[in-house]
Design a protein around this ligand. Structure first.
Ligand SMILES: Cc1cc2nc3c(=O)[nH]c(=O)nc-3n(C[C@H](O)[C@H](O)[C@H](O)COP(=O)(O)O)c2cc1C
Length: 250
């Protein structure tokens, strides 16, 4: 489970509380969202390393499970702190660190910087997880080979493609690429995704699912027409009906 915040007492309380249910607690010091950084949370902590250290210490001391840290490389290009904060993390007992190779001011623009991830890896002994722009087998392999990281994390590359994890694992282990999922496999996973989302959030999930269905069907035959239809739908039954119909038409 991941937590974010800059109030030390609250973070300590959260650590104690979620230790009971989580396998690992990850502290998010990478989030660039304005509503988060305006409270001094997320990536804003990259501008205040003493505070970041105090938070890590409070969470580690109050947790009974391993604590990990997620960061960006710094706030902006004048303030690249990834190596410094990784060393602090190691010193206070953080178990692993994930580095997204962008600054906060970059948000998601440009390319993730693999050099800074490599540098972090060279400077600490805890496991380092490389993150940013891994979208396929080749970019995953490049992250491992160029930076020597212990693991990788995939974000946007999994949108509409939850198979990416198995695809990459297979490639790294065998050097061969797995077949892309068939339409039938895609349909099965989309339906399961819908069931799980509605089970968890209720029918309100349907609106949120629109973007996922758009990602799943990207580049498929007549998919823009299909998406336009889906974007008007508000009920699960109607959504499933339209999806079945679309896949039948392929
Ligand atoms: C819609 C969205 C939501 C995200 N939410 C989180 C989050 O809650 N916690 C977190 O650590 N990172 C979050 N991230 C950042 C990703 O974990 C990752 O660091 C970033 O997207 C770069 O990796 P990628 O190029 O593989 O997407 C989010 C990213 C996106 C696009």
């Amino acid at each position: 489970m991941q937590i974010f915040g800059s109030d030390i007492e609250t973070m300590a309380y959260s650590a104690k509380y979620i230790s009971k249910i989580a396998d690992i607690i990850d502290i998010n010091m990478g989030c660039p969202a304005p509503k988060v950084v305006k409270n001094g949370d997320g990536s804003k902590l990259l501008t205040d390393l003493p505070k970041a250290k105090a938070i890590m210490q409070a969470v580690v001391e109050n947790s009974t499970v391993p604590v990990t840290l997620k960061i960006r490389k710094g706030w902006d290009k004048e303030n690249i702190v990834a190596v410094e904060i990784a060393k602090i993390a190691e010193e206070v007992g953080i178990s692993a660190i994930t580095v997204h190779g962008r600054t906060r001011t970059e948000f998601y623009s440009g390319h993730a910087d693999l050099d800074i991830i490599k540098k972090v890896k060279e400077n600490v002994n805890i496991p380092v997880i490389g993150n940013g722009d891994i979208i396929d087998e080749e970019s995953a392999q490049k992250m491992f080979e160029y930076t020597n990281v212990d693991g990788i994390m995939i974000g946007r590359g999994s949108f509409g493609n939850p198979w990416i994890f198995a695809q990459i694992r297979h490639y790294l282990e065998t050097g061969n690429k797995k077949d892309k999922p068939s339409n039938a496999q895609k349909l099965e996973v989309i339906k399961k995704h819908i069931e799980l989302a509605v089970e968890e959030k209720g029918e309100i999930a349907i609106k949120e699912l629109r973007k996922h269905i758009a990602w799943y069907t990207k580049n498929m035959k007549n998919s823009s027409e299909f998406r336009a239809k889906i974007n008007q739908i508000e009920s699960k039954e109607e959504l499933l009906e339209n999806i079945n119909e679309y896949f039948k038409s392929l």
